[in-house]
Design a protein around this ligand. Sequence first.
Ligand code: NAX
Length: 328
Amino acid sequence: MARPVNVTVTGAAGQIGYALLFRIASGQLLGKDTPVRLRLLEITPALKAAEGTAMELADCAFPLLDGIDITDDAKTAFDGVNVALLVGARPRTKGMERGDLLAANGGIFKPQGEAINAGAAEDVRVLVVGNPANTNALIAQSHAPDVPAERFTAMTRLDHNRALSQLATKLGVSVSEITKMTIWGNHSATQYPDLFHAQVGGKTAAEAVNDQEWLAGNFIPTVAKRGAAIIEARGASSAASAANAAIDHIYDWVNGTPEGDWTSMAVPSDGSYGVPEGLISSFPVVCKDGKYEIVQGLEIDEFSRGLIDASVRELAEERDAVRELGLI
Ligand code: NAX
């Protein structure tokens, strides 16, 4: 059997953590031949709850689960880490200004970036789920100068999957018939789910839908505001679907995207599509041989350009705000 892969999950006692850990331990993150060693990072008051989850993980007797460590120390949690899932973050509470939110998250993602820099394995891959995910990833990345910048990514796969599902329902097709969906920009309400490059039945999804009013007035806002709709319906934010998306993101990064298809990941921009270099923005990416590449050469029409630019502008504002706070 292969050597165990060290997978660190922060916010392990939270609701996404609970939905995520069992799937990782069962082999769904890295495949059925790869044993995993879990590291759970939590804040001190939540350690006991994390221990409870670890007891349940033990009770599943997963053949691929090589061990579980629980800690409130980032250095310990990221020592030797191969896959880091940064889920724990400070949520926005009532009356909190954006600056306060960014500062509170800086207090989490700066030390975690430093700990990754200090102890991570050569092949470390980082996925930030905790919001504001793109900018939290930027903060962590800027404190890990020895780790290749492209290893820091943020999650827009849930948005991608939501877009697939909405489109499949509209067209009365299976999600498996849709390829080349793209989320551009920030994981926020400004994100742009793009139907002009998605393919279904030999056409672009925009052609298949043939209803610009639905596309602009229904599809885009439904995907972008789906998180709020889930909170409204469930009384709690997306958890199982977020965990599922995190699994999809890492699985594809490690194992590759299917031939002829791509996925959406928020990755450091290399300047592609006019997105300023260094911003962690969502792009269409192809994964192969354990690496991802931004899909090149797509034509961007005026409608898409405006929406991509608006989301990227928001990312630049967030970057400027954390820079002003001295967090990057
Ligand atoms: P919960 O509040 O249930 O859990 C968060 C956990 O993080 C808590 O157990 C808390 O103790 C822990 N935590 C806080 N600070 C920590 C630190 N410094 N180190 C380690 N652990 C720490 O939130 P949950 O519903 O699990 O959501 C987690 C994050 O995911 C939130 O920021 C949420 O906004 C974000 N989401 C991101 C999504 C995405 O698509 N990128 C979608 C789902 C979700 O909204």
